[in-house]
Design a protein around this ligand. Structure first.
Ligand SMILES: NC(=O)c1ccc[n+]([C@@H]2O[C@H](COP(=O)([O-])OP(=O)(O)OC[C@H]3O[C@@H](n4cnc5c(N)ncnc54)[C@H](O)[C@@H]3O)[C@@H](O)[C@H]2O)c1
Length: 313
């Protein structure tokens, strides 16, 4: 299959590109390299450095003529979304509109667009179901929710199937640990260097951590799904991609102590604006639709992450 990954030089996209390539697919990437790295990609991945919000996008997508588009390109930093909500909106909402339109023009079979647990904000129950209240706690979450609406607006009835995949907290190799990466990457990097991890808030706040290999496997399953993903059950095209398990930041630190051997102190700082207290997403709908369930235990995922970090020097 010919597959286009937008944002394919980033953390999730580059892991997906490697996996799809080894599965025999023709893989194309469009990425503006604002956070992605060319060095993340195998030379056999056909890569164009391009902004999805720019005028060159339709022609580039037409030249590729993909069967499936996996849309991952986004402004992904919560703090950047607080500092510049307009830029966040432009990339995440208007960028999604541009990608959906370009995919529709070339009659792609399917568009899979990355959404996020951030669309729910503070949950009313755990684990969160797709139909639960959506009250994003920051501009990033608001832009992701609007991107879902725009995707449906552009593609419903067009003949191009689509889905918004609401990832929980993804971690694993190639995640940025230097800037504002995920908490697992930042804690792992600190603890493998025998430095104290910085916990914002009480440490009791929870997240639903999912290994990037599970995310790649879920997207791969969605690519080949033989049902219409846009119209399945509650909340139509939205699917949680998650484990359904809550882990506290304290619990994460404890697990990382075992993997990294770090026994030193932890630094604490006041809670950050825009962070929720609890999060875990119910993955049943995606399982019932595709038969996929996340299956990498946290200890193995953390081991692989720490091993990868150790190789980065
Ligand atoms: N990592 C997570 O925990 C997580 C959780 C939920 C949802 N998501 C979503 O998954 C997707 C991938 O996230 P990631 O963690 O790999 O992030 P990432 O920042 O590593 O990757 C995003 C990629 O998009 C590219 N990009 C940004 N703006 C662009 C633009 N205007 N044009 C072209 N390319 C552009 C960046 O260069 C980067 O390579 C995002 O849509 C994100 O919102 C991630």
């Amino acid at each position: 299959m010919r597959i286009l990954i937008t944002g394919g030089a980033g953390f999730i996209g580059s892991n997906l590109a490697w996996s799809l390539l080894s599965g025999g697919h023709e893989v194309h990437v469009i990425d503006d390299m604002s956070r992605g790295k060319l060095s993340n990609l195998h030379p056999a991945v056909l890569t164009r450095t391009l902004d999805i919000t720019g005028p060159a996008l339709p022609e580039a997508v037409a030249a590729i003529a993909p069967d499936v588009v996996v849309h991952l390109a986004a402004q992904t930093s919560v703090s950047a979304s607080l500092a510049d909500p307009q830029r966040d909106w432009s990339v995440n909402v208007e960028g999604t509109r541009a990608v959906a339109r370009a995919a529709r023009e070339v009659r792609a079979k399917r568009v899979l667009s990355a959404s996020s647990a951030a669309v729910y904000g503070e949950p009313v129950r755990i684990p969160v179901h797709e139909t639960d209240v959506k009250k994003p706690a920051n501009p990033y979450g608001r832009s992701k929710l609007e991107a879902e609406r725009v995707l449906a607006q552009e593609l419903r009835g067009s003949g191009t199937d689509f889905a918004s995949l609401r990832f929980s907290n993804v971690y694993g190799p190639r995640q940025d640990w230097q800037g504002e990466g995920g908490v697992v990457a930042i804690f792992s990097a600190a603890m493998t260097r025998k430095e104290a991890p910085v916990v914002y808030g009480t440490g009791k706040q929870t997240r639903d951590f999912i290994y990037v290999g599970d995310i790649v496997a879920a997207i791969s399953r969605a690519i080949v799904a033989d049902t219409d993903l846009a119209e399945q059950g509650d909340d139509g095209p939205a699917y949680n991609i998650s484990t359904g398990t809550e882990t506290s930041l304290e619990g994460l630190v404890a697990a990382l102590r075992l993997v990294s051997g770090y026994l030193g102190p932890i630094r604490t700082c006041p809670a950050r604006e825009g962070d929720v207290e609890r999060s875990a997403l119910d993955p049943s709908k995606f399982f019932e639709t595709t038969g996929f369930r996340a299956n990498v235990p946290m200890e193995s995922g953390l081991e692989r992450t720490v091993e990868w970090l150790a190789r980065q020097g």
